[in-house]
Design a protein around this ligand. Sequence first.
Ligand code: HEC
Length: 156
Amino acid sequence: MRIGRWLCALGCVVLMAVFFLPSFSAGQDEQTLRGVQRVRVRTMKSISRAMRRVKVYTKKANYKRVAAAAEEIALLSAAIPYLSPKGSAFGKTRIKNEVWSRFDDYTKIARDSAQIARGLAKAAQAKDKSAVLKTFSALSDSCTQCHKPYRKKKRK
Ligand code: HEC
């Protein structure tokens, strides 16, 4: 009789584990995806700040700093696809679902953007002002190229 009750309790625990474990791990997945989203938005902000630095230091002809900022943009831009996994659109996010129906295109734009940023770093290392200005403008265009199809307009 006592063993019967014990077995029943054990059965209950096993059943609970079977039913609830998947939802526990699903909860963890969601937490991870929410974290990834936060990192994505922060990364964008860092890219944006580095762009401002490029502008400021180009004016001051401090090409060492321009190159450093451009290298940072290259690194961060290359990470964008990895910071945009499916299911990472939470809350006030502005990422569009089209990202996941055209992920190859999204990835390509991020890679192109990173490459332009590397070109900017090279132009800065060569202290070639006209190349710096030209590449900076191309880099700005590459932001728009991704934002237009893949980022929702800001809600006011
Ligand atoms: C491959 C795509 C892609 C590229 C390239 C890209 N972005 Fe973004 N950006 C996004 C997406 C998607 C969001 C929306 C993220 C979200 O809300 O989850 C975003 C959001 C932003 C934001 C808003 C962040 C906030 O506070 O909510 C800024 C600022 C930004 N990007 C700047 C830039 C700049 C500057 C560049 C170019 C140097 C750039 N981005 C290049 C995809 C891209």
